[in-house]
Design a binder for this molecule. Structure first.
Ligand SMILES: C[S@@+](CC[C@H](N)C(=O)[O-])C[C@H]1O[C@@H](n2cnc3c(N)ncnc32)[C@H](O)[C@@H]1O
Length: 259
């Protein structure tokens, strides 16, 4: 790929990812999924899943190739699409595997004892990759949480691809006690200062309640909401070239534990 086409693709991706106000919707719906019946939800869900399959490709071109994901890649029409009207999804964050999420998932797969036997909540799950990694690592239960209903359907598809059982919740959990879970995963959710400021007191309250919290991040400014003294660095990963391209030059991602 020459640098000109790479730049063109980058601007298209940015257009898709950042074009509207962030996260205007909240749905109070919880969908439980188990292997074999995870794709039998509503007609609307079925239509969304069809659209996701149509506009993405199954990719393993990331830090966790053992996890297959429906993603928008350079081979997809939407990668090059310049016409907003042709994009069937609003803010398809779930269609990209973010650097912080890749780092958390890699860490769980390489350190399964971290989650094995525990109840795990993946907040801002997107494609569901961190939740899938936790399930593969032997977590007793895993809930993938995202407020985007399309992400919910993408997570179901991705769980099916990877043959894991994960519960999907579309509730907004920010501020909730989360007593059902031992471990909270935050894969690249500190990407925006306003959202990070909303998360910060909640992260603190979860930590005070004894939860283990893992954060994945490539070095974004919004990480500053968590004081350095409250972070323990667990792992550093070099990102693959395609992830660099999609993320404006971030070449490394870190996994932190909140102290
Ligand atoms: C940057 S993406 C990260 C996705 C995934 N963790 C990864 O690393 O690939 C952030 C995700 O957070 C979700 N999100 C935003 N606000 C949320 C909220 N209040 N509760 C749960 N998820 C939220 C978005 O829909 C989006 O899928």
């Amino acid at each position: 790929m020459n640098s000109r086409s790479a730049a063109g693709q980058l601007s298209t991706i940015s257009f898709i990812m950042f074009r509207t106000t962030l996260f205007p919707r909240t749905m109070l719906v919880a969908v439980s999924s188990t292997r074999g019946r995870m794709l039998c939800t509503t007609a609307k869900g079925s239509k969304l899943r069809h659209q996701i399959q149509q506009h993405t490709e199954v990719s393993r071109d990331h830090l966790t190739p053992e996890i297959a994901l429906h993603l928008i890649t350079p081979s997809c029409e939407l990668w090059k699409c310049k016409d907003q009207a042709q994009v069937p999804f609003s803010d398809p964050y779930w269609a990209f595997y973010w650097p912080g999420g890749q780092a958390v998932a890699r860490y769980l797969l390489d350190n399964p004892k971290t989650v094995c036997g525990f109840h795990v909540l993946d907040v801002g799950s997107g494609s569901g990759a961190c939740a899938i990694a936790a399930a593969k690592a032997g977590a007793q239960s895993v809930t993938a949480n995202d407020i985007d209903p399309v992400a919910g359907e993408a997570i179901l598809l991705n769980c099916s691809l990877n043959q894991v059982n994960v519960n999907v919740s579309l509730n907004d959990m920010i501020g909730k006690t989360c007593f059902e879970w031992d471990i909270i995963l935050l894969g690249d959710v500190l990407y925006d200062t306003e959202f990070a400021q909303r998360l910060q007191p909640w992260i603190k309250s979860l930590q005070n309640a004894g939860k283990t919290i893992f954060v994945g991040d490539p070095g974004r400014h919004a990480m500053n909401v968590i004081p350095e003294g409250n972070l323990q660095l667990l792992a550093t990963y070099s990102l693959p070239p395609q992830t660099n391209l999609e993320n404006r030059g971030f070449s490394t991602a870190f996994v932190w534990k909140i102290l």
